[in-house]
Ligand binder design. Structure first.
Ligand code: PMP
Length: 340
C-alpha cells in the first residue's frame, strides 16, 4: 500500500515469563494469596451481555472509593488507552499540539504522532525541574504532558500544581506510578484543566487485566467519555478490579516492602542513577544495549533506554523482592565487568 506510511510502533521485547521480568515495572511484591482472592467466578449473564456503557458502574465504584465527585472518572483499557483519549481530545483544542516534558514515557510522543497532534519536545532541567513559565507559554491553547513520578527518572514534579494553576491549556498528568509515592487518591483534577491518568497495572498488580481510568472535572470527563469506546474493558476485568479495591491492604504492604528493598538496592549500586519514588531504578551506564544483552543472558530482562535527554545511555530495572535483587546485583556486576 504505497499510500500508507508505516506508523512507528512502541517497541517492546517479548521476553516471555521464564526470566526475571524487571523491564515493565509490574508490582513484583504482591503475594499469591492476593491473586487467589481476586479469582471470582463469572455468571453467564456477565458474559452474555455487554457491560454498561463506558463501564459506568466501575467508574462509580472508583468515585465512591476515593470520594471523588460524581462523573469525574472515565474507565479506560489501561492508562495507555487513557493517554490515547486525552491526546485525541487535543484535536478539539485551539492548538492541536502536545508539549512533552522529556525524558519520559515514549507513548506520549508516539500517540501524538499517531493521532495527528503536533508533538513538541520540552525538557526537565538537569536538576529535574520544570521551567513553568516557559511551559505555560508553549502549552497555551493546547496540551502539556507530565509524568510524575516520572518514567524513567522516578522523580516527582514539584511544580505540577503551579503548572496546572497557570496553564491555559490541558495538563495531561500521567500518574501511573502515583501510589508508589503515597498518592493514592487522585486530586490534581480539581484544577479543572487537568486530566489525571491512573492505572491498575502498577501498584495494584493487575497489568494483565488492562484497566485504567482518567480523572477530570465533569465537563472534561464527558468529553473523554465521548472519545472512549462504548465498552472499554471486559466484565471479567471490571469484576476483578472491584474486588481488588476491597483488598487494598495487600497493595499498601507490597508498596512498603518495595520501598524498603529499593533503598537497600540503591545503597549497593555505586553508578550514577535515578532512584525516585516509583518501583524502578534507572542507571547511567556506558553501553546500555550491551548491558541489557548481558543481563538477558543471565536471565534478567531490563530496559535499555537509548538516546533520551538526560538519559543518553541508561538501563531501567524494576525492584523485585530482595532475594531476586541479590541475584540481580551479582549479574549486574558481572555484566558491567563484561565477564562473559
Ligand atoms: N504511563 C506510564 C508512565 C507507564 O510507564 C505505563 C506502563 N508502561 C503506562 C502509562 C501504561 O500502563 P497501562 O496501559 O498498563 O495502564
Amino acid at each position: 500500500m504505497p499510500f500508507i506510511a508505516m506508523p512507528q510502533y512502541y517497541e517492546e521485547p517479548d521476553v516471555g515469563y521464564r526470566v526475571y521480568r524487571l523491564h515493565f515495572n509490574e508490582n513484583l511484591f504482591l503475594p499469591e494469596e492476593y491473586y487467589r482472592e481476586l479469582q471470582l467466578p463469572l455468571e453467564s449473564w456477565e458474559i452474555r451481555y455487554y457491560t454498561q456503557p463506558n463501564n459506568i458502574s466501575l467508574a462509580k465504584k472508583i468515585e465512591t472509593y476515593y470520594s471523588l465527585p460524581e462523573g469525574t472518572v472515565t474507565i479506560t483499557a489501561g492508562a495507555d488507552d487513557g493517554l490515547r483519549a486525552s491526546i485525541q481530545l487535543l484535536n478539539f483544542a485551539v492548538e492541536k499540539k502536545l508539549v512533552v516534558l522529556e525524558p519520559t514515557y515514549s507513548m506520549a510522543r508516539l500517540l501524538s504522532e499517531q493521532l495527528g497532534v503536533r508533538y513538541e519536545q520540552a525538557q526537565f532541567t538537569q536538576d529535574l525541574r520544570i521551567d513553568v513559565d516557559d511551559i505555560v507559554r508553549r502549552g497555551r491553547g493546547g496540551g502539556v504532558y507530565v509524568c510524575s513520578p516520572n518514567n524513567p527518572t522516578g522523580h516527582q514534579a514539584k511544580e505540577l500544581e503551579e503548572l496546572a494553576a497557570k496553564l491555559d491549556g490541558v495538563l495531561i498528568y500521567d500518574a501511573a506510578y502515583a501510589e508508589f509515592a503515597g498518592r493514592w487518591r487522585p486530586s490534581l483534577f480539581e484544577y479543572g484543566n487537568v486530566i489525571e491518568a491512573r492505572t491498575f497495572s502498577k501498584a495494584w498488580g493487575l497489568a494483565g487485566l488492562r484497566v485504567g481510568y482518567l480523572v477530570a472535572h465533569k465537563r472534561l470527563s464527558d468529553a473523554l467519555k465521548a472519545l472512549s469506546y462504548p465498552h472499554p474493558i471486559s466484565s471479567a476485568s471490571a469484576k476483578i478490579v472491584e474486588r481488588a479495591l476491597e483488598l487494598e491492604t495487600y497493595v499498601r504492604s507490597s508498596v512498603e516492602a518495595m520501598r524498603e528493598v529499593k533503598g537497600i538496592v540503591a545503597g549497593r549500586i555505586r553508578l550514577e542513577k535515578y532512584v525516585g519514588e516509583a518501583n524502578f531504578i534507572t542507571l547511567k551506564v556506558e553501553d546500555a544495549d550491551t548491558i541489557e544483552r548481558e543481563l538477558m543472558r543471565r536471565g534478567f530482562a531490563v530496559r535499555a533506554l537509548g538516546n533520551k535527554p538526560l538519559c543518553r545511555s541508561c538501563i531501567r530495572f524494576t525492584i523485585a523482592p530482595l532475594e531476586i535483587m541479590e541475584k540481580f546485583l551479582a549479574a549486574l556486576n558481572e555484566a558491567l565487568d563484561r565477564k562473559v
